[in-house]
Design a protein around this ligand. Sequence first.
Ligand code: OSB
Ligand code: MG
Length: 381
Amino acid sequence: MPETSPSPVVRLPLLVEEAELRLVRLPLLRPFRIATGTITERLFPLLRLRGEGLEGLAEGVMDPLPDYLDETLAGTLDLLREGILPSILGRRFANPQALARQLAPWRGHAMARAMVEMAFWDLWSRALDLPLGLALGGDGRASVPVGVSLGIAPVEETLEAVARHLEEGYRRIKLKIAPGHDLALLEAARTRFPAIALSVDANASYRLADRARLRALDGFGLEYIEQPLAWDDLIDHATLQRDLRTAVCLDESLRSVGHARRALQIDAARVLNIKVARSGGHDAARRMHDLAKAFDVPVWCGGMLESGIGRAHNIHLSTLPNFTKPGDVSSASRYFARDIVREALEATDGLMPVPQGPGIGVTPDEAALAAIADVPERIRP
Ligand code: OSB
Ligand code: MG
């Protein structure tokens, strides 16, 4: 456990004195295959914001190439160095919303702005000496229910993986699908596991013209069908939702609060996957969560194979009250031989403990980081 030090006397609004950026290359234990391709490692920017003797951390989830969404690693680094970081360094912010307002005039780049906003939430909640979940308005629950997301693999292999994870107590199984890797998989899964909480995620690999095939998915008693249609679509999802009994769940399409609001208004989704790191940050994620609640739509917390830093952010967000469905925030040991935080983020019986202590409640493992990250780049006002 990290040593406890007396809470520092912090002057608010909080000064952002320095940023530190480094690129981390974190290998996955096994390849993770989804409709858009196969992921073998996470290559991600790690950001630390420092101020008042404290630091806040966050990681980016943009890919080197625009595989999942349209942001890229190179684009993010450029925007951080040339635009976002210079605009916040040396300034004081009363709260994370004030920091987000500073970035508001710029368009898009939800993943890039999320990184900075999330690091500031960590810093700010540490300054308030509060766990991030409580600072966000969470209900203080000690653990959150979680499921697993299983990549595309031969059917028999997938069934074995399902059995293993059910034995471990995971509360929902999500299977990655793609056109042609769908109906036979679900037939087999439902034959062997008739009553489990099961969902599918297509990662935007179908078109509205595939409606007949998608309608056939309706017979499997799924919790929801995640992002069947295009990554930037809302309208076709609404058309599809009218055709299905099963709830459509949006993921890629929700890149801002506005997207979530419009999706809810046109009934394009009856469940939302909220990912803080693709939504612009915790404030945007929380507003999506509140909007969904107003529409009586349940939400769950998605993941992007995050290291312990992003994973801890996700766990804290999951303590907000409308996160009623199990999230994708499974044990870090499923993905990595060696994580970059000192605390083990491991679920027991399908419950992921919420890290205790101020902020995200985890601390970087500097030795583990040094082995897989490049030299830190310090940026000052
Ligand atoms: O669509 O939710 C997704 C991983 C990488 C990119 C996209 C997705 C995913 C996952 C894994 O489903 C979720 C996780 O365990 O972090
Ligand atoms: Mg998804």
